[in-house]
Design a protein around this ligand. Structure first.
Ligand SMILES: [Zn+2]
Length: 406
């Protein structure tokens, strides 16, 4: 209990420090926007949200690098800093600290959204603040949950648990001196992205993102679209669409910079994307590729059958399909030596919706998995079930069985 009170007290102090510091910062003579920190969400061991065909960390990095290049090429008076420029893990607290230590004037974080409801879609731009709705809280929790994947997170985040109700209380104390400017940038970003991508407008939102909470400068977090929505994922993955997104954010940045500095720097031209065309092209290409892959796999399987007499396993190998039995799920990253797993063999784990899921067995046919499932059910895992993977990406059992030719 004591530690909790001390913890809250420290946070309140931090908040007042930030507010005082922030105000004196704003009262200085110039509103020059000369240094920007660009933050590609997730990276390295933390893939972020997973789509069917892509990972959040790759999309965020690609868009951030494009945006950074546009700023470097077109604004010689702006220094561009990156929290990461390649596929590496960077703790959330280090991202914020990096921006603070460099005394950046602006912080832009790029992410992709994901939801259990696969039809959810649209772009939204966040500024730090109170959670206006349960849905915003869910988005913030999802992004904050990256903390749980970091080592020593209890020390680095003062015991902060992104899933606790305390987290919302702490964030509700935040009244940023930078909120006004953050909101100016956020609405410019949202306006430009919607106009040029025609992705559904989910508006500017407020929520308690750790990374925004800790930076002492105007800051926004963009959720470009839903990677969990099949069609929107196609757009997020599209190179041309990513260029349009980067140019849209660039123009919003210029709008903000002009406003702050009283200048009139020109915007870049942007050809809005044709959303439906991208979706249609991707679909056609994927169907073609899938057909080719299947034909090739069948051919290889036939060859394997001739030489080894193992038709199903040969097909599974060439299609990279695996069947595993899920035995446990936890928000924490458990060790395979945990006593919970003592009756299970051949353990693997995968991450989904910020949960770690533990599996036993790595089988090439559904039939083998069924037998393995039976054994596990009899040995202390009555709720176990079969999960399927293709290229280490989870697919439905139906999809896997279809690929098996069943
Ligand atoms: Zn994210």
């Amino acid at each position: 209990m004591n530690s909790k009170i001390t913890f809250l007290f420290c946070l309140i102090l931090t908040f007042f420090n930030a507010a005082i510091f922030g105000q004196s910062g704003e009262n200085t003579a110039t509103n020059k926007v000369g240094k920007i920190v660009l933050d590609a969400g997730h990276g390295g061991e933390d893939p972020g949200a997973l789509g069917k065909r892509s990972r959040e960390k790759d999309i965020t990095l690609s868009v951030i690098l494009k945006l950074g290049k546009l700023i470097s090429d077109n604004c010689k008076d702006v220094e561009v800093l990156y929290t990461r420029k390649k596929d590496v893990s960077v703790d959330l607290y280090k991202r914020a600290r990096y921006a603070n230590e460099n005394h950046a004037d602006l912080f832009i974080s790029v992410h992709c959204n994901a939801a259990k409801n696969l039809s959810a879609h649209g772009v939204e731009t966040y500024v730090m603040g109170l959670h206006r709705s349960e849905a915003n809280l869910a988005v913030a929790r999802q992004e904050n949950a990256a903390i749980l994947k970091e080592k020593n997170y209890e020390n680095n985040y003062e015991g902060f648990n992104p899933n606790s109700t305390e987290a919302s209380v702490i964030f509700s104390l935040y009244a940023s001196a930078y909120l006004k400017n953050s909101a100016i940038l956020a609405s410019a970003v949202q306006k430009n992205l919607v106009a040029n991508t025609h992705i559904h407008d989910r508006n500017v939102q407020q929520a308690g993102f750790w990374v925004l909470y800790k930076v002492a400068m105007p800051s926004i977090l963009i959720e470009l679209g839903f990677i969990s929505n099949y069609n929107e994922e196609s757009i997020l993955m599209d190179e041309n669409a990513q260029n349009v997104m980067a140019r849209s954010i660039y123009n919003a940045f210029i709008e903000y910079k002009n406003k702050m500095e009283g200048t009139n720097k020109p915007y870049l031209s942007v050809d809005p994307i044709n959303k439906d065309k991208i979706i249609k092209n991707v679909k056609e290409e994927e169907e073609k590729k899938a057909a080719e892959e299947k034909a090739k796999a069948e051919e290889q399987a036939k060859a394997a059958e001739k030489s080894e007499g193992q038709p199903a396993a040969g097909l599974a190998d060439s299609l990279k399909i695996r069947f595993r039995v899920q035995i446990y799920a936890s928000p924490e990253d458990l060790s395979f030596t945990d006593p919970k797993f003592k009756n299970a063999t051949d353990l693997k784990k995968y991450s989904e919706n910020n949960w770690w899921k533990y599996t036993s067995g790595d089988l090439k046919t559904f039939e083998e998995a069924k037998a393995h499932l039976k054994t596990l059910k009899e040995n202390g895992f009555p709720d176990a079930f079969i999960v399927s993977f293709k290229n280490e990406v989870k697919i439905t059992n139906d999809e896997a069985r279809k690929l098996e030719g069943k």
